[in-house]
Ligand binder design. Structure first.
Ligand code: UDX
Length: 432
């Protein structure tokens, strides 16, 4: 099966490299020349565990290639995946201009039957609209089918998620397209991955509903954590006690500084927007967004409670990426926290194992350090924002000796409160 992947960002590249590993012939296209040049050297333009090895191996095997030439990609392939970005407009609605531009371009090169697969997260109804756009462009010159195939990959675990998904969702209108998609995902079918076959609109909705539900779980446990602090309960035990109920489940009940990343913030806002367009207030999702914004402010208040007035004080930050195992700074909680502290007059020292280059484009006046101990040295408090593994086994005696004040604010509940207090830290976590 010959496949063209338009858009070599997170989703497109991981999907392309993994499908090549399944034995498909993949050509990944992107308009960014520098990105394609990097990829042609066998290097990944961003940090994602396992991805670079896959790219290198499948390029050598001949199944994976890169190009800036959309025409070449479209003409050479039967199936065209669209995996370009859908950033949020200022009103929360997704910006579909990239998708539309790419679809029009693809359609202009179509000279025989093609299957167009939408991977980008797009509002319900976009598939139908795109179908109309393609019909308008091809003017009956060839036939095509449109498929919605949303992705559920987590950054930092995307390759693993691709090969072991909980499900594959295929929204399509006829057997021919469904059969082609089943062939593409046959390797997953063989390991008994559930394949949900449905309409295009339902597939689009599954993606938003899943992300909004997960984001709601995070905001829910954050709200419970805040109450736990006031009533003297421990949110860890609460989450465990709740999560053991199979109907609730243990995952996504970790309290922290709020959710970030390229999906949850954007998709929750988009769902509220889609609801509004149909006169249907998405009240739970709206609250999820509000609780998340408030949670970030609370983290600043938490630091102030531990440090006092932060003006003129140095706050050491461990972790900048929105979560571990990625260098992605999009909507990272570190951003409002650091900027909020700076606005109150604090000086910031920080370290992240992968995200410092990306962070330099976001922050002004942050002193970047070589590791956690350099961050601790001369700081009035150490704040753990992203739970990278290397922050889980810190030499705490050394940290305490380097800090000006033994203040440890653990926004990911990595350490045991009792143990930290016994060691002489003024410690606080979230909801414990
Ligand atoms: C998410 C979805 O999981 C994935 O299926 C979808 O396709 C894309 O969006 P991702 O954004 O990579 O993936 O990260 P995820 O691991 O889901 O975490 C999202 C945010 O929620 C992070 O900021 C994380 O720190 C936070 N989070 C997650 C919590 O605060 N607590 C939790 O229990 C889980």
């Amino acid at each position: 099966m010959k496949i063209c992947m338009i858009g070599s960002g997170y989703v497109g590249l991981v999907t392309g490299a993994c499908l090549a590993e399944f034995g498909m012939e993949i050509i990944c296209v992107d308009s960014d020349k520098a990105k394609i040049a990097t990829l042609e050297k066998g290097e990944s333009p961003f940090y994602e565990p396992g991805l670079e090895d896959l790219i290198e191996k499948n390029m050598k095997d001949g199944g994976l290639s890169f190009s800036t030439d959309t025409k070449k990609g479209v003409r050479a392939s039967t199936v065209i995946f669209i995996a370009v970005g859908t950033p949020a407009n200022s009103d929360g609605s997704p910006d579909l201009s990239h998708v539309e531009a790419v679809v029009r371009e693809v359609a202009s090169y179509m000279n025989e039957y093609k299957i167009i697969v939408l991977k980008s997260t797009v509002p319900v109804g976009t598939g139908k609209w795109i179908k109309g756009v393609i019909e308008e462009e091809v003017k009956g010159a060839c036939t095509f089918d449109l498929v919605s195939n949303p992705e559920f990959l987590r950054e930092g675990a995307a390759v693993e998620d691709f090969f072991r998904p909980d499900r594959v969702v295929i929204g399509a209108e006829n057997e021919k397209a469904i059969e082609a998609m089943k062939e593409i995902y046959n390797a997953l079918y063989l390991i008994e991955t559930p394949i949900v076959i449905t309409t295009i609109e339902t597939a689009e909705m599954i993606k938003y509903a899943s992300n909004a539900f997960l984001a709601t779980k995070v905001s829910f446990i954050n709200e419970i954590a805040n109450l736990c602090e006031l009533v003297g309960a421990d949110v860890h035990d609460v989450a465990r006690g709740m999560g053991l109920d199979g109907r609730i489940g243990r995952k996504f009940l970790h309290p922290g500084p709020g959710f970030g990343g390229s999906c949850f913030p954007k998709d929750t806002k988009a769902l509220v927007h889609i609801g509004r367009e149909h006169n249907c207030e998405m009240e739970i999702v709206q609250s999820t967004i509000r609780v998340n914004e408030r949670q970030r402010e609370r983290m600043i208040e938490k630091i102030e409670q531990m440090v006092g007035d932060v003006r003129g004080k140095t706050i050491g930050i461990l972790g900048l990426a929105f979560k571990p195992n990625t260098d992605d700074m999009r909507e990272a909680s570190s951003i409002p926290i650091i900027q909020g502290l700076q606005a109150k007059g604090a000086r910031i020292k920080a370290y992240d194992p992968e995200a410092m280059e990306a962070a330099k484009k976001v922050f002004k006046d942050v002193v970047y350090c070589k590791g956690p101990y350099e961050v601790a040295e001369g700081s009035h408090a150490l704040v753990l924002v992203t739970e990278w593994n290397q922050f889980r086994l810190l030499n705490l005696e050394r940290i305490k000796g380097l800090l000006l004040e033994p203040v440890f604010v653990d926004l990911r509940n990595v350490y045991e409160p009792l143990h930290m207090r016994e060691m002489g830290f003024r410690y606080c976590g979230v909801g414990r």
